[in-house]
Design a protein around this ligand. Structure first.
Ligand SMILES: [Zn+2]
Ligand SMILES: [Zn+2]
Ligand SMILES: [Zn+2]
Ligand SMILES: [Zn+2]
Length: 465
């Protein structure tokens, strides 16, 4: 999840949950492993690429093809001027008739245009194409040869390193000598000797070290040498206006960096940029290797096969409103709890006393178990008059109740000026619906009820003196 995509109202940094690794994250950025029953932040999960696709044409591209196409879509382009997606436009033009040069004929041709800034492929002289899918000429990357050379050299070096590593391991020949030395004859261990001999034969018939060029005698490879012959920049020429600059002609830094291989200085050299592919990735718990998030393969689907974001499994604690805080003055802080699961949850909130640091606030929490109604999407339609009486709530502690949400009070007394920060404990039951595979009988396939405790950090902001 990108930080810029979550608005402040949803991603409130004032309440953060402590991950098992000790980092603090908001509930939207944390996962809950239902196999280890622990919270996992993005550092505690392994990230894997599932599939590649183009965000514009929504085409699924297999990994091997994506690598060959340098992670670019073959048919979609971005405007080099404003970064919008380019559209293919068809027009009818007059071209000379090949059979009779004195006559003209109609021909449909295509070119790329940006409907946002009106940049078009005709601006830089790319010839119109006769097919809609393009076959747009590719701009040759400067230093392409040099890059290929470097790739080859590093591939060779990697191969050599791998072989060196294998050589260091005990060779089958020396293993046979060792066996002989300690009197273990082939008659005593016929199986071991046979395997070793087979390995020896394999290594002699296969790839040999002598075939590989050593990196020192790759004479055809030129190392690059840094040169000092870069023209110094004459700043005075810019200041004294002796050098005329037309800003309309100059490419901006963003435009230049979009074409990192050529970095054109002028707008007339801007070239359509191939759309980069996006990936769908899955997350796996590092402890138990189970998937915590797995998207559907179909690029146009936004659904998940597995989604264990903590937001869907752990009660969400929020601050309803923060009153004006004064040092030494106790106040009632109203907080809310929301149940994201389709089961009734029992939640206990308690004070976690941390003796290692001087507390910035004293808190008092009533030790009452709160019963959170299950999440029900049809609840708004079904108005139950007896709803409140079901729970028998203490009005001094529970402020309101609405569907799967309730409000409650805690007493806070800021002890010093500066940030008012404290820690709460939250204990709740969790109904694990993952079917426990049991070999003995199918009777044990019951949802498992567990009690889980989390540490939650609350930051109320600055206190007035
Ligand atoms: Zn973590
Ligand atoms: Zn595409
Ligand atoms: Zn544009
Ligand atoms: Zn796990």
């Amino acid at each position: 999840m990108n930080s810029s995509l979550i608005p402040e109202v949803l991603d409130n940094k004032r309440v953060s949950y402590e991950c098992t690794c000790g980092s603090h994250e908001t509930i939207h950025r944390i996962y809950f492993c239902r196999h280890c029953h622990q919270l996992r932040c993005r550092q505690c999960v392994s990230h894997e690429v599932d599939s590649q696709y183009c965000q514009h044409c929504l085409e699924y591209i297999p990994s091997i093809d994506a690598k060959l196409k340098k992670n670019k879509c073959a048919s979609c382009f971005q405007c080099p001027s404003c970064m919008h997606t380019l559209t293919t436009r068809a027009i009818i033009t007059q071209v000379p008739n090949p059979t009779d040069p004195t006559q003209t004929q109609h021909k449909k041709v295509f070119y790329l245009i940006c409907y946002y800034c009106r940049w078009s492929s005709r601006d830089i002289g790319i010839p119109d194409q006769s097919v809609a899918s393009g076959n747009w000429p590719e701009l040759e990357t400067p230093n392409c040869k040099r890059l290929d050379q470097l790739f080859d050299r590093y591939r060779l070096l990697a191969q050599k390193e791998k072989l060196d590593k294998e050589k260091k391991r005990i060779s089958p020949r020396s293993a046979i000598i060792l066996l002989d030395k300690y009197g273990i004859t082939p008659s005593l261990s016929p199986k071991v000797t046979a395997t070793l001999r087979a390995k020896m034969a394999k290594s002699s018939s296969g790839f040999s070290l002598s075939e590989l060029k050593s990196p020192t005698d790759m004479s055809d490879f030129e190392s690059s040498v840094a040169t000092d012959d870069v023209e110094p920049l004459d700043i005075n020429a810019y200041y004294n206006n002796s050098l005329e600059i037309d800003l309309g002609e100059k490419a901006t830094l963003n435009q230049q960096l979009m074409q990192v291989e050529s970095q054109p200085d002028k707008c007339s050299q801007l070239y359509p940029v191939s759309q980069m592919l996006l990936v769908k990735h899955s997350l796996r718990c590092k402890q138990c290797d189970h998937n915590l998030s797995k998207p559907e393969y179909n690029p146009s689907s936004i659904k998940f096969k597995i989604q264990l974001s903590a937001y869907y499994h752990i009660p969400e604690l929020r601050i309803k409103s923060i009153p004006l805080m004064k040092k030494g003055e106790e106040f009632k802080l109203e907080m809310t709890l929301q149940n994201p699961t389709p089961y009734t949850l029992h939640v206990n909130i308690f004070d976690l006393v941390d003796t290692s640091i001087e507390p910035s606030a004293g808190i008092k929490v009533a030790e009452t178990e709160m019963v959170l109604a299950p999440k029900d999407d049809t609840a708004d339609l079904d108005i139950d008059q007896n709803y409140h009486s079901q729970f028998n709530d203490d009005k001094n502690f529970i402020s309101f109740r609405k569907g799967n949400k309730l409000g409650f009070y805690i007493n806070v007394c800021p002890l010093k000026s500066g940030e008012c920060k404290f820690r709460l404990g939250m204990k709740h039951d969790f109904i694990n619906t993952v079917i426990q595979t049991s070999k003995e009988s199918s009777v044990e396939r019951q949802p498992q009820i567990l009690w889980i405790t989390h540490q939650i950090w609350i930051n109320l902001g600055d206190v007035q003196d």
